[in-house]
Design a binder for this molecule. Structure first.
Ligand code: E4P
Length: 221
């Protein structure tokens, strides 16, 4: 499982990168708006924190030609090399842009995915990651986990190199269930990443070990 942080909250990101084995960061226009930063500042600051980690930047153009121009501009402007991923919505112009960009060697993440077919078409268009939105599906009385499971199954059955990047989580249980249903990766808010590793029994056990070990560890280090 590849863990990524779905945020542009710099202090939360710094705290997480200190100990959590994260491999990248995803952003979208809403995340950017919440951060209070413009794109250039946000990406530069995030890059400082994640080092060699992936940075997935969502495009805002609406035609394929503009998307291609936008992605190429960001790639050279931010100078992130292979760590830069152009995040492209799965609309008709987006699929067209994915194919063109893949031919130039650009890394592509297909986003705003709500069906198995959208993911399969994006994979066939060359996307490196496909991002189905779990909570947004659950919230319209659909089944986010089932969509993730079907997409993961397709990627394996058709021997596609595309990875499922499950996204849009509101609970730790959703993350547990995408992990158990074949998702290769997940992008998660800082709050949920912290909750993922919490268990009251861990805290109780550690407290007990510390108490029991008092005065017994006589090898200095
Ligand atoms: C990730 O790529 C998506 O932009 C994000 O996970 C959407 O999450 P939300 O439904 O919580 O906004």
């Amino acid at each position: 499982m590849i863990y990524m942080a779905d945020t542009a909250d710099l202090s939360a990101l710094k705290e997480l990168y200190d100990f959590f084995p994260l491999e990248g960061v995803t952003t979208n226009p809403t995340i950017l708006k919440q951060s209070g930063m413009k794109l250039s500042e946000a990406v530069e600051e995030v890059a400082r924190i994640v080092g060699e980690g992936m940075i997935h930047v969502q495009l805002i153009s609406t035609t394929a030609d503009e998307m291609v121009k936008e992605a190429k501009k960001y790639k050279s402007y931010f100078d992130l090399g292979d760590n830069f991923y152009a995040k492209i919505p799965v609309v008709a112009e987006g699929f067209k842009a994915m194919r063109i960009l893949k031919d130039t060697g650009m890394n592509v993440t297909a986003t705003a995915i709500f069906t198995q077919q959208q993911a399969l078409v994006a994979a066939k268009a060359g996307a490196d990651f496909v991002a189905p939105y779990v909570s947004r599906l659950d919230n319209i009385s659909s089944h986010g986990i089932e969509v993730v499971r079907d997409i993961a199954r397709n990627m394996n059955e058709y021997k596609l190199n595309t990875k499922v990047l499950a996204a849009s989580f509101k609970t730790v249980d959703q993350i547990y269930r995408v992990s158990m249903n074949g998702s290769h990766s997940a992008t998660i808010s800082p709050e949920l990443l912290l909750q993922l590793i919490k268990h009251p029994m861990t805290d109780i056990s550690v407290t007990q070990f510390l108490k029991d070990g008092e005065g017994l560890y006589d090898v200095s280090f």
